[in-house]
Design a protein around this ligand. Structure first.
Ligand SMILES: [Mn+2]
Length: 245
């Protein structure tokens, strides 16, 4: 078996992210495992504190390159989220995949045997893959919000207003049901084989909630007032590995 770790929703470059607090832990983890799976929203281009979009994408690629250099024998699989579904970032990822062996990225999902990784924005409401594609494409025409909106967002966080919608909208059982609906409709995955789903996006921790024989895992997010953890798991080594986009 491969020793693996899963981390998502770091929202790096956003002012509200506590990503830096977990940087050492992430590097330490990478140094001891065979494979790291990143579950999307690793970078936050919408709420970036850097001067331009180009600067943020360049910093994102540098960050990935440095993380990959911690352990050259650790494979990295990066499943994109809504925040990192960005054409310029994808260009950089294409180059990184050529430059660094064992680095791969997946726009929507990645399946290994019984285990499926996806970001989780598909669970905002009940939707199939075509709808998710449409939603993602709308996202990728990112507009950087007015600076004043950063302040409003900060105040909302400080008042913990985000707890209310997060808790209500992202109830674990509802979210799990929506993910299963999406997987049932997906034309390219080996649905019958799936027993474990690792995802992020909702920023609500889930530790093995079972539904229809599938166990769900979510590590939360390193955002102020939120819980977060890097999850450890095992994956079978090849053969028997299949990938789907
Ligand atoms: Mn997300």
């Amino acid at each position: 078996m491969e020793r693996c770790a899963f981390a998502s929703d770091l929202h790096h470059f956003s002012r509200r992210s506590d990503q830096e607090r977990f940087e050492a832990a992430l590097r330490e983890t990478v140094s001891t495992i065979d494979r790291l799976v990143l579950g999307g929203d690793i970078f936050d281009f919408k709420w970036s504190t850097l001067a331009t979009h180009h600067a943020t994408v360049a910093a994102a690629i540098d960050w990935l390159r440095e993380l990959a250099a911690v352990n050259p024998s650790c494979a990295i699989d990066y499943v994109l989220g809504n925040h990192d579904f960005d054409p310029l970032l994808m260009e950089g990822l294409r180059e990184l995949a050529v430059e660094r062996s064992g680095f791969a990225w997946h726009p929507y999902l990645w399946q290994v045997a019984d285990c499926l990784f996806l970001h989780g924005d598909v669970a905002d409401r009940r939707m199939c893959h075509t709808k998710l594609e449409r939603k993602r494409n709308a996202w990728s025409s990112h507009k950087r919000p007015h600076p004043l909106r950063h302040d409003l967002y900060d105040w909302a966080l400080r008042l913990r207003l985000h707890k209310v919608p997060g808790w209500l909208i992202h109830r674990p059982r509802l979210v799990a049901r929506r993910v299963l609906y999406y997987l049932d409709q997906h034309p390219e995955i080996d649905r019958a084989r799936i027993r474990r789903v690792y995802f992020g996006h909702t920023h609500v921790e889930i530790d093995g909630l079972e539904m229809e024989g599938v166990r769900f895992f979510n590590g939360g997010a390193p955002i102020r007032n939120n819980s977060f953890r890097i999850m450890r798991l095992e994956l079978p080594r090849e053969p028997g590995r299949m990938a789907a986009e």
